[in-house]
Ligand binder design. Structure first.
Ligand code: EPU
Length: 337
């Protein structure tokens, strides 16, 4: 393990933005991480921790230390009907999901093909097709940046919410997640409520789906709708789906009866940001090298050689036009640096 200087971050971010880091190091164990955190370079510079770099937009060279997590390994502990599976932060999320699916451990199959790493998954409580990781999360190990101390966080301590956790709010930039434990089930209780899953199962003539079937169907839905980060730079959904009050929703629905929305338990409504963006004419549109994906307007793409600033400025135009048409301000889901 060695701290390197002036390293390109192009291979380490799925938006494929070409910027450099002043210092860069990859750590493979908690002990290596602790020794980097104790180093002078770390104490004297700002820090950026990278997992898969799949929820990140780099808008300029990073004038500090980038720590890339390389902590790997999967351990399984079976207890009656439950299975506790611990995975190192650097395990690729989809490989981990497919490992669990192949063992017939249920709970993560709806989250097939989400880009990124296991360690990043709790930070924004990743979710898709009616499931969020908080549904199967058990606990995690994290290292405190200031002290190097290792701490266990249970589900309550993580304060999960829609695309949120304590690691994005009160403890932002305070801890580095080293490993995560999920509590999965040997007897599958499948979550099939999401319309697109039911439709695809029907198309395939599957009446009693297995865990593997659900994983396959989710993969097919995602491949049809979302760009593959290995060929087209992107970071998944660029914005969050906005949540609005019942009163604002009433105004919106009377002006736009076809607005796509999901009622929440507290009376508020979650709006489909992709729909709002499409209605403003942005779907499949490109300015310079920045664009929105042709099949899903919520996903911004690097059409080739875009700078981070170009993508950021493009996202600002989208925010302004959605605000002008609907009075709703979109918040970015990706981290901007
Ligand atoms: N829609 C449009 N036009 C578009 C895109 C969407 O009209 O261009 C409308 C459609 O009516 C569609 C609805 O919006 O039915 C919802 O779209 P979709 O099912 O694609 O889901 P989403 O709300 O846009 C969220 C997550 C995705 C996740 C999907 C599936 C957020 C910010 N995004 O997207 O997560 O895969 O649901 O569950 O919550 C990610 O976070 O990176 C991500 C890809």
């Amino acid at each position: 393990m060695q701290i390197q200087e002036n390293i390109s971050l192009l291979p380490f971010n799925t938006f494929r933005i070409a910027v450099n880091a002043k210092y860069f190091v990859e750590v493979k164990t908690i002990v290596e991480l602790q020794s980097v955190l104790a180093s002078d370079i770390c104490k004297q510079n700002k820090l950026l921790v990278l997992g898969g770099g799949s929820n990140l937009l780099l808008t300029k060279n990073f004038d500090g230390l980038v720590i890339r997590l390389g902590i790997k390994g999967i351990t399984v502990c079976e207890q009656d009907e439950d299975v506790f599976v611990e995975a190192g932060a650097a395990e690729v999320w989809n490989d981990f999901v497919l490992f669990c699916v192949a063992q017939n451990f249920a709970g993560l199959e709806n989250l097939t093909l989400i880009p990124g790493t296991v360690g990043a998954s709790p930070v924004q409580n990743i979710g898709a097709y009616g499931v969020e990781i908080k549904d199967t999360f058990h606990s995690l190990l994290a290292v405190e940046i200031a002290t190097g101390e290792v701490k266990v966080f249970d589900k309550e301590a993580c304060k999960f919410d829609y695309r949120e956790s304590v690691f994005k709010s009160a403890l932002k930039n305070k801890y580095i997640i080293a490993s995560v434990v999920f509590k999965l089930q040997k007897n599958a209780v499948l979550k099939l409520s999401y319309g697109a899953i039911q439709e695809e199962l029907k198309n395939r003539g599957i009446v009693h789906p297995s865990i593997q079937d659900v994983s396959d169907v989710v993969a097919a839905i995602r491949v049809a709708k979302l760009p593959d980060p290995s060929t087209i730079g992107n970071a998944g959904s660029f914005f969050k789906n906005p949540v609005v009050s019942a009163a604002l929703f009433q105004q919106l629905v009377s002006a736009f009866p076809e607005v796509v929305h999901f009622p929440l338990a507290d009376g508020q409504e979650k709006l489909a940001a992709g729909w709002l963006i499409e209605q403003c004419g942005w779907k499949g549109k490109q300015i310079g090298n920045a664009g929105t994906w042709k099949n899903q307007a919520l996903v911004l793409v690097n059409c080739g050689g875009a700078s981070g600033k170009e993508i950021y400025d493009f996202s600002e135009l989208i925010i302004q036009s959605v605000k002008a048409k609907f009075g709703v301000v979109l918040a970015r889901e990706v981290n901007i640096h």
